[in-house]
Write a protein that binds this ligand. Structure first.
Ligand SMILES: Nc1nc2c(ncn2[C@@H]2O[C@H](COP(=O)(O)OP(=O)(O)OP(=O)(O)O)[C@@H](O)[C@H]2O)c(=O)[nH]1
Ligand SMILES: [Mg+2]
Length: 493
């Protein structure tokens, strides 16, 4: 209970951190259209991806201990189904689907984090749904079943951009299981593209688990090793990693057809591998911890990007201020030269004639004053003219040049700076173009300082709280049944 309370309190504070410090900045500078916290405020999500008939739905039914998702050898399901807990229904009743909601409702309900998926259109909405189930397994997490991936499908067949949709779910998910089966161990085109193009850009490796499912269908241990080797080779091609990722070997004892004694003998290896299904279940049950980790990374990533964006905007204004300062100085010198030139011209043309008329010292002094006065007025006029016309005339090409060389606004000394800049470069350009570079820079500086503070101090303390949480053992659960007071979990807010 203590652990659970600690978890919920930490999650609430992280979401609050996003809502209070990141979202207002993100909305103001066009970084997002919807509040950032809307995609992370919900419960932990486990996403199941894989080729068709790899056993995704069978695994879900096994976890929930009820037939919730349809299964079958042919491609069975072409929907994204969110399966979540129904707290209102007693868990003592038989496990079943207690409530179903269609995509249109889900995409418009603020309670859920799917608002940002509206961009995928109506065809996607009609392939999106939610099932609420009274299974205790779902108490702290939601599972998302997805349409199996194919070789034959082109994007237009589905009516929506499948890879984009998968990308959006991948971004939201706290744990992603990718299932393969021995018949198509990493050879399905859509799955290859998802792993190659979608996963690396939208998530972190530690949130992805690879599963070779249906291993009971390998004819022998040799066959299994051959399939495993070929899957690892395909994975290394898709992920670009040299090391072999951990692959769970799993099968569903309930789904396997009754086999003949001869093939049973060949599969004598199976009992040694059966426990990996258990490990898989345990990994899924740890999704809440991944969720907190995901939230912390979410804050670091988006906070880092936003502060980089603000830094570039402030640098733009600094460069422009330097330009104006230089230009003002030049204008000042030019007006001094003009005024001085005028005074000199007056003195040199008037003085010889006046001296010829034997002017007195007072007359000479008056002439000098007059020349200086006229020179001063001329200097002032030239300066005003310079500031109003010439400054404006030079400012436009300077602003255009700054936008053209937008990469010079920020130092890109390492790969991580290059990556964050790449993700907000376009945004910085659009914002500067839209505002013409005129925005309240004082406010931007304050926001930038606050973001740095939240991201650096906040993320350090979040990590500390996370490691504290993972150290709380199950047997301590009962010891302290008290929730930490609000604001105690994290010191920074
Ligand atoms: N032998 C064996 N059969 C399995 C196993 N897991 C699932 N199956 C069978 O494989 C078929 C496909 O399983 P599903 O769970 O429907 O697969 P899916 O990945 O959900 O397929 P789509 O919804 O079409 O993407 C079903 O007939 C299952 O009974 C397994 O571990 N071993
Ligand atoms: Mg299915």
């Amino acid at each position: 209970m203590y652990r659970e309370n600690y978890y919920h309190s930490l999650q609430a504070e992280l979401v609050e951190m996003v809502a209070d410090h990141l979202t207002p900045v993100a909305l103001r500078y066009g970084y997002t259209d919807t509040p950032l916290e809307s995609s992370v405020k919900w419960r932990p999500q486990v996403l199941l991806l894989g080729n068709y008939s790899s056993g995704k739905s069978t695994l879900i039914n096994e976890l929930l201990q009820a037939y919730i998702q349809d299964t079958g050898q042919a491609p069975t399901d072409d929907s994204f189904t969110v399966i979540t807990h129904d707290e209102s229904e007693s868990e003592t009743l038989p496990i079943r689907v207690t409530d179903e909601r269609d995509g249109k409702v889900l995409l418009n309900d603020q309670e859920y984090p799917f608002e940002s998926l509206k961009k995928h259109g109506d065809r996607f909405a009609s392939h999106f749904r939610m099932k609420r189930v009274n299974s205790p397994f779902l108490k702290n997490l939601a599972i998302i079943d997805t349409p199996g991936m194919h070789d034959s499908h082109a994007e237009r067949d589905r009516g929506y951009d499948y890879l984009e949709v998968v990308g959006s779910f991948v971004q939201m998910a706290d744990l992603i299981l990718i299932l393969f089966d021995p018949h198509k161990a990493g050879t399905v085109r859509e799955l290859r593209r998802s792993i190659r193009e979608t996963l690396p850009t939208r998530t972190h490796e530690d949130r992805v688990r690879f599963v070779l499912n249906r291993i009971d269908e390998c004819a022998s241990l040799t066959d299994l090793l051959r399939v495993y080797g070929s899957l690892c080779w395909n994975l290394s091609q898709m992920t670009g990693r040299k090391d072999i990722p951990m692959v769970y070997l799993s099968h569903s004892p309930h789904a396997a057809p009754a086999s003949s004694t001869e093939s049973e003998d060949k599969k004598a290896y199976l009992p040694y591998l059966a426990n990996q299904r258990e490990e898989l279940k345990n990994a899924i049950l740890k999704a809440p911890l991944h969720h907190l980790d995901h939230l912390a990374t979410f804050i670091e990533t988006h906070g880092g990007r936003l502060s980089h964006l603000l830094e570039a905007l402030i640098s733009y204004r600094r460069k422009f201020r330097m330009f104006r300062l230089k230009n003002t100085l030049i204008g000042f010198i030019v007006s001094l030269v003009c005024g001085g030139g005028m005074s000199l011209a007056m003195l040199t043309t008037e003085m010889p004639a006046q001296i010829g008329e034997y002017m007195g010292a007072a007359g000479l002094e008056g002439l000098v004053h007059q020349a200086l006065g006229v020179g001063g007025v001329i200097a002032l006029l030239v300066f005003i003219l310079w500031m109003v016309l010439i400054q404006g005339l030079f400012a436009k090409p300077f602003r255009r040049k700054l936008l053209r060389d937008i990469d010079t606004l920020t130092p890109l000394e390492n790969q991580s700076r290059k990556d964050t800049w790449e993700s907000i470069r376009e945004l910085a350009y659009k914002y500067l173009e839209k505002t013409g570079g005129r925005f309240p820079v004082g406010q931007t500086k304050r926001e930038h300082n606050r973001l740095l503070e939240v991201c650096e101090k906040g993320s350090r303390e979040v990590r500390e709280a996370l490691s504290e949480l993972s150290n709380i053992k199950a047997d301590e659960i009962e010891e302290a049944d008290a929730s930490p007071a609000d604001g105690e979990t994290l010191r920074t807010k």
